[in-house]
Design a protein around this ligand. Sequence first.
Ligand SMILES: [Co+2]
Length: 190
Amino acid sequence: MSSSPAALRAEALESLLIEKGLLDPAVVDDVIERYNERIGPMRGAQLVARAWTEPDFKQRLLADGSAAIAEYDFEGGQVDKLVVVENTDTVHNMVVCTLCSCYPWAVLGLPPKWYKDPAYRSRVVREPRAVLSEFGTDVPTDKTIRVWDSSAEVRYMVLPQMPPAWRSADVGTLAERVTRDSMIGVEVLA
Ligand SMILES: [Co+2]
């Protein structure tokens, strides 16, 4: 990724503020981490919560992810084709990029560090269950696990299953509960 003028400007400002003792680098890291884990993936979480509560939207999202999100003004697109795959009682989906680190930026923000890790990229295909259990995620053995390999052309996002106990929550609350990892498929919401 080449640095945009805005990114360069942000970097220059950050360096200057740290140098002047006005900013603690740890605070910056904390903000970035929060962006990565919460704010970035919030777009995806909004889509998931809406899909859970609006059957029509869910259908459209699963049929053609790119078309369904076209009505949103998600910047930093970089998604030629977004494919949303649905977790069900019989299928659990996981996303990887075995070649590099292709990721649906527009809906999930920045990829987590482990997503770019060669070990994750190769092992997820060979032994998805072992990888899942390292994330503390146990998928019942009678469920099929499908691994989706992202590319520059096609980016995948998982539509997780909604825990039954969440059924009475409103769409905003639901969106707050959807985690980034559940949309990559390494976490099952509970
Ligand atoms: Co890639």
